[in-house]
Design a protein around this ligand. Structure first.
Ligand code: CP
Length: 309
């Protein structure tokens, strides 16, 4: 794998292999002792993805080149391409990039180092998709015939489309419960009102309204939105016994989900964040291996060495 910009790149077998690698990472982290540098280029705000990549990189043993957009030459007008090319020249071995453009990675394709998409406009957020898949797999041990509803602002979500497509490929039955005016045009996904979805779904994935991407600004009053389209306590009570609640976060408590449900027994929201570290480790390791920066034999020898140290 040259870069990781979309879950569409992965076969079903590769998705499961990465999930299993993440499970192994949760038990014991592989450690690279060579000096390899990672740079996390976040041109948009992030808490979870950026911190989770940092933890994943540190657990593997990568050195992190400190980059913040506000303190960089981006403020003097330097482009994404020139910023990335500069880091390549300085010696970065891995770039993790989040940018507001839907297809920023096309202009970086010629760079001679692996690149991971940490969010591209409203188009893709593939490592979020992978951690969502990992969390569902960890819960149910399969995707086959699971009923998964993705609810909320589907139109502007960079999570919804990749997750829906990947789940369908893996055998799940996927539904959208879209906020009116924020529907998706993905033809293979069925639509359902949230009041029906809560009763048949094994997984409810709640999405926040992406106000920052709405040209017309915030159109919904919070309590009206919750009652009409969100996951209320009353709707949660009608969910199946083993059904779970997910959300990529950040959560707008009291808008798409009642605040009391964020940490309820069914919620896997913080589990998703924890799983994000391990699946990102698996993705980074795969890329570094595929690029020949490390290989499994060396990693295994180093792990044995570390255990015996
Ligand atoms: N889920 C997610 O991408 O969160 P951040 O924007 O905080 O990284």
């Amino acid at each position: 794998m040259k870069h990781f910009v979309s879950v569409d790149q992965l076969t079903e077998e590769e998705i499961i292999t990465l999930i299993k690698a993440a499970q192994e990472n949760k038990q014991a982290s592989p450690i690279i002792k060579d000096t390899l540098f990672a740079a996390n280029l976040f041109f948009e705000p992030s808490t979870r993805t950026k911190m989770s990549f940092q933890v994943a990189e540190k657990k593997i043993g990568l050195d992190i080149l400190d980059f913040t957009k506000e303190a960089s030459s981006v403020e003097k007008g330097e482009s994404l391409y020139d910023t990335a090319k500069t880091l390549e020249a300085i010696g970065a071995n891995l770039l993790v990039v989040r940018h507001s453009s839907d297809n920023w990675f096309e202009e970086l394709d010629s760079l001679n180092l692996p690149i991971i998409n940490a969010g591209a406009g409203k188009a893709e957020h593939p490592t979020q998709c992978m951690l969502d898949l990992y969390t569902i797999y960890e819960e149910f041990g399969t995707f086959k015939d699971l009923k998964v509803t993705i609810a909320g602002d589907i139109k502007y979500s960079r999570v919804a489309h990749s997750l829906a497509k990947a789940l369908i490929r893996l055998g799940a039955d996927v539904f959208f419960s879209s906020t009116p005016g924020l529907e998706s045009d993905l033809p293979e996904v069925k639509h359902t009102p949230i009041d029906e979805a809560v009763e048949f779904s094994d997984v409810m994935v709640m999405l926040r309204i992406q106000n920052e991407r709405h040209l017309e600004g915030n159109q919904y009053e919070d309590s009206f939105y919750l009652e009409k389209y969100g996951l209320t306590i009353e709707r949660e009570k009608r969910m199946k016994d083993q059904a779970i609640i997910m959300h990529p976060a950040p959560v707008n408590r009291g808008v798409e989900i009642d605040s009391r449900l964020v940490e309820c027994d069914r919620s896997r929201i913080f589990k998703q964040m924890n799983n994000g570290v391990y699946i990102r480790m698996a993705i980074i390791n795969k890329l570094l291996n595929d690029w020949g920066f490390i290989n499994e034999d060396i990693t295994e020898k180093r792990n044995n060495f570390n255990r015996n140290e």
